[in-house]
Design a protein around this ligand. Structure first.
Ligand SMILES: [Zn+2]
Ligand SMILES: [Zn+2]
Ligand SMILES: [Zn+2]
Length: 345
């Protein structure tokens, strides 16, 4: 049987594997899963997963091996998830059959006809619909929505701690609960200080700025095509974070000389991006936010809707997806009163 070999690698390259896929199995269906398990284990607005054909498994390239991955299993799911122990990149999991993330196949990014984004899975898990409310057509193909016959209550039941809609603070917590903290609204003294310049929108000074990010590094440490960040002043986070930002089960990884990434060492969720050049601000991975309104956390954020960060990276990796996201955010933002553009300091 003719096969085509695809090649995957996480950001730090400690995990590298190939998959030999029968050519008749292309394109591989990709679904975006919006369930709270996926959001809280990835730190992203949703997961991106492609089930492999029966019998096809990743072949790890030495010295990389399945043993070098961290395993995450929990009672709410029969699946076993795997992520890189060094950079935190989610690579997929096994639930009888292998499911891989299509976000880490840079070696094949020029190849056409490999992936078909065919469904939004469990979009009602986030009351606002998350990215399922932002776009539904990719490469001219309309995505299906699939709730797997589950009620919203049943889907939300996977939350270890349901969000409190009256809370004055916003809880951020990875799936395993090993990383947990709260975010306060911008305080008067911060808003009126020069430090807030470029970090608070005059449209609404009670919220933090938020942006979609298509950068290659973010994709490869998270294992998702896109991540959303909320830009928060460190002194608004409780408990006060240590200087290295390693709270609870968190692990750190430098993706470049001046950029520290933080992820949960137990469940793999992306938690923070921090750049040495702006020490007082931390980018919080919005997928771990427990905003009752949903994945877009609109009661807490002013979105830069007209523009994703690093669009050229996204367009080079997967033009169809990136275009759908960017155009979808422009439409979504215009309908919901978010600004199309502002400079992020
Ligand atoms: Zn890695
Ligand atoms: Zn899911
Ligand atoms: Zn965790």
């Amino acid at each position: 049987m003719a096969t085509k070999t695809l090649m995957a690698s996480c950001h730090c390259k400690n995990i590298q594997f190939t998959v030999a896929v029968p050519t008749e199995s292309f394109p591989l269906n990709v679904h975006l899963c919006h369930c709270s398990i996926c959001r809280y284990t990835h730190g992203a607005p949703c997961s991106f997963h492609a089930p492999l054909p029966v019998g096809v498994e990743p072949q790890f390239i030495a010295p990389s091996s399945l043993n070098k991955l961290t395993t995450y299993k929990h009672p709410a799911s029969t699946a076993t998830g795997y992520f890189c122990s060094t950079c935190g990149c989610q690579i997929g999991g096994v639930d009888g059959q292998w499911v891989i993330t299509p976000a880490i196949f840079d070696a094949n990014r020029e190849d056409e006809g490999i992936w078909k984004f065919n469904a939004h899975m469990l979009p009602t898990s986030a009351p606002d619909g998350g990215l399922a409310a932002v776009f539904s057509v990719i490469d001219g193909h309309r995505m299906e929505t699939e709730n797997l016959g589950l009620s919203p209550q049943a889907i939300a039941g996977s939350d270890s701690q349901p969000p409190d809609p009256k809370s004055k603070e916003l809880l951020a917590q990875c799936h395993c609960g090993g990383v947990s903290f709260t975010i306060a609204r911008p305080r008067e003294e911060f808003v009126s200080s020069p430090q807030s310049k470029g970090w608070i929108s005059p449209l609404d000074e009670s919220k933090w700025l938020a942006s979609m990010d298509l950068c290659d590094d973010c994709r490869l440490v998270t294992g998702t095509h896109v991540i959303s960040w909320m830009f928060v002043s460190l002194d608004h986070i409780a408990p006060r974070l240590p200087k290295d930002l390693l709270i609870g089960s968190a692990k750190g990884y430098r993706s470049s000389k001046d950029v520290l990434r933080v992820f949960c060492g137990t469940c793999g969720a992306t938690v923070f991006y921090h750049c040495d050049g702006r020490p007082e601000i931390v980018d919080v991975a919005m997928g771990i936010l427990r905003a009752p309104e949903g994945a877009m956390a609109e009661n807490w954020s002013v979105w830069r809707a007209g523009r994703a960060s690093w669009p050229e990276n996204g367009m080079r990796y997967h033009a169809g997806f990136s275009r759908a996201l960017i155009e979808g955010m422009q439409r979504w933002g215009a309908e919901r009163g978010h600004p199309q553009d502002f400079e992020i300091a």
